[in-house]
Design a protein around this ligand. Structure first.
Ligand code: NAD
Length: 375
């Protein structure tokens, strides 16, 4: 292992869409020598053509002895096996999100990294994003007031994955952002997911995350099947609201000095009046210096190796998010539609709706199922 040597030899395992970006940013960090490990010859050829200085190899076994650390950028289903191999070879490991695709695997990685005395870090890239830092500062300083709720949307005509659904692919970002800005891991999750295309994995999902300490909730919408690309986090506070739009060039965070106050609705003479009044004020977009989050993240990983300090996104943090993802699976599998018995359609002149008898909640799978509680 490299210890405190200045030169760090880092292998990027998986030279696909995202691994190629790791190679680009790592190659720009002084004192980092990059290798690419990918079993596909065409991926290795492309890496060698773009980055003549990188070493290429077909497997970790071929090159582990010449490395200090690896970045695992393979498909999520392979993270556990690939990362475990690297840890067992005594290498520091940065694993892309999600850390693994099961809680058990994530626990094993965390334990094994601790036993071997190597860093295990997870690539929650948004926790290295200056716009998210700004959002966190706004929440923590109390500038927004008590947080009423958070709403996130990560939608587009996305890249369908073969080994995970849209929740495991995209929601790690939102769960990590919201839990980072609220400084709390959600304790309960509910999920509504649906597979529209391909018949294998859900491609649209809505999650509800509860944050009991912050007394708030987050609603997360992720989709691979949406015409518009959206990357948005809205934080609604009692005093002010903030919107982080990752697609905006120059106004990534906007702070709205607006809100709604409850009026005296107990007054019987004002029964017809609006029960609330509206506050409107300035909309401010603070200056946020640009720093590429992936470069900040990978630079931090290298610094941790050089200095021996604990990464900001260590393995247990990845495990926390995997627990939430696993809970959403459990909830989605329990879900069953709530049928309305005895409905007579009133559409197209078919007559008025008949008596609607709600089913006995005790006989309905969804009503009876309590949301999973994360321990
Ligand atoms: N942080 C982010 O914003 C972000 C964005 C996109 C993807 N990702 C993550 O990056 C990872 C890779 O995603 P992608 O879209 O680049 O996938 P991809 O399919 O484009 O690339 C995966 C690469 O891994 C290689 N590979 C597969 N199994 C391997 C193994 N066992 N050993 C070595 N190489 C192997 C494949 O040959 C391929 O080149 C995923 O975990 C994904 O969630 C993160």
């Amino acid at each position: 292992m490299g210890g405190n040597r200045l030169l760090q030899r880092v292998g990027v395992i998986g030279y696909g869409y995202w691994g190629s970006k790791h190679v680009r940013v790592l190659s720009s960090i002084p004192g980092v020598q990059v290798s690419v490990i990918d079993p596909q010859p065409d991926r290795r050829r492309e890496a060698a053509a773009h980055y003549p200085a990188v070493h290429v190899a077909a497997s970790l076994g071929e090159t582990a002895k010449d490395l200090d650390a690896v970045v695992v950028a393979t498909p999520p289903g392979s993270h556990a096996v690939v990362a475990m191999q690297a840890i067992d070879a005594g290498l520091h490991v940065l694993v892309e999100k999600p850390l693994t695709t099961s809680v058990q695997d994530a626990e094993m990685l965390v334990d094994r990294a601790a036993e071997r005395g190597v860093h295990l870090m997870v690539g929650h890239t948004f926790e290295f994003n200056p716009a998210v830092w700004k959002l966190r500062e706004l929440v923590r300083s109390g500038a927004l007031g008590r947080i009423l709720y958070v709403d996130t949307a990560r939608l587009s005509l996305g890249r369908y994955q073969s080994d995970v659904n849209v929740v495991w692919d995209l929601a790690p970002h939102d769960i990590s952002i919201v839990s980072y800005i609220l400084d709390e891991v959600p304790s309960i999750a509910a999920a509504w997911t649906h597979c529209n295309v391909g018949g294998r994995h859900a491609d649209v999902a809505y999650l509800r995350l509860d944050f009991p300490r912050a007394r708030t909730q987050a609603f997360v919408h992720v989709s691979w099947l949406s015409p518009n690309k959206v990357r948005r986090v809205t934080v609604v506070g009692e005093k002010m609201m903030a919107v982080y739009d990752d697609l905006s060039d120059n106004e990534r965070v906007r702070i709205y000095d607006i809100g709604v106050d409850v009026e005296g609705i107990d007054d019987p003479t004002a029964a017809h009046a609006m029960p609330v009044s509206y506050r409107t004020g300035d909309i401010v977009s603070p200056y946020i210096p640009f720093a590429e989050p992936l470069l900040v993240q990978d630079g931090h990983f290298i610094d941790c190796i050089r200095t021996g300090t604990e990464p900001k996104c260590p393995g247990p943090r990845g495990l926390d998010i995997v627990r939430v993802l696993a809970a959403t699976d459990e909830f989605a599998h329990r879900d069953a539609p709530l049928a309305l018995a005895g409905v007579v359609s009133s559409i197209h002149g078919e007559g008025p709706a008949g008596h609607v008898a709600l089913p006995d909640p005790r006989s309905d799978g969804r009503s009876a199922a309590a949301p999973p509680i994360l321990t």
